[in-house]
Design a protein. Sequence first.
Length: 322
Amino acid sequence: MSAKPTILVTRQFPKAVMQRLRENYTLIDNPDDHDLSPDELISNATKAEAILCDPTNHFSKAVIDQLPSNIGLITTFSVGYDHIDAAAANEKGIKLGNTPDVLTDATADIALLCMLGASRLAYKAAQALRGGKWGRWSSTDFLGFHMSGKKLAIIGMGRIGQAVARRAIGFDMQIHYHNRRPVMAGGLEEAIYHTELESLLPNASYLSLNCPLTPQTHHLINENTIKLLPENAVIVNTARGAVIDDNALIPALQSGRVAAAGLDVFENEPNFDKRYLDLENVFLLPHIGSATYETRDAMGFKCCDNLDAYFAGEDIPNPITA
Ligand code: 8YV
């Protein structure tokens, strides 16, 4: 029997995933699940031929350049890959894989939760109940913003953006979107395409961010773009925190220029801007877009499929093609 290939597994992944990995590979793993430093990523990769990582591992050009030449594949337990310098990996001949499709529904579900949680001020209401402050029913307490029937603007109409749009249609929302190209199918034929943010944002009674983080989308929601939103807009982010400039959004939430926000992702997470904690009009979640048992298993199995194909000398089924 030939020896199992050795792989670096940077985090603890779901039990069924770890089991499948152990059956086929010798693992250099991370039993206490700590955040590996760049130096640890490099030194732990010395004996490995491939790496299974997640977005907490930053594969900058400097890290990739120092990886040993035996590393031929990095497969990430995520669909987003802004934590990997893809150009540096390409240059070094390292293949890249990710986990598309299987987290689309779970993440779109959380986007809707954020939309509802933000617009119905769910945090404020839940906190009052838990804090023993629900003394009486009142027709003027805990009032939020009506979501059904409003306009929803989506930035980034990939798989997750489309799934958000389809769900929002169930709430009778009118869909507007900005994307590199129009999306004409999948029940979204009536969605209104905007080539420019300047024409999209005035329609954003609700704004859902579903774009990848790139140099072009970094701080896309900033002081200038917030000015284009209608009064009482609700902003929801389930993509990447750094698409929003916190220094613009927080004052807009404090002043009421933006009515509410639902945020599942943050710039520099988990060290997010603590000013959000003082705001009753935000609904905050700790990056749980894909956090269901089913989805996390499926993400792990996609990574296994990538590894298995790579070591069989085949094309990997979920390549990052940037
Ligand atoms: C994951 C995500 O939960 O896949 C992504 O890009 O942001 C999330 O849904 C996260 O990356 C953990 O792997």
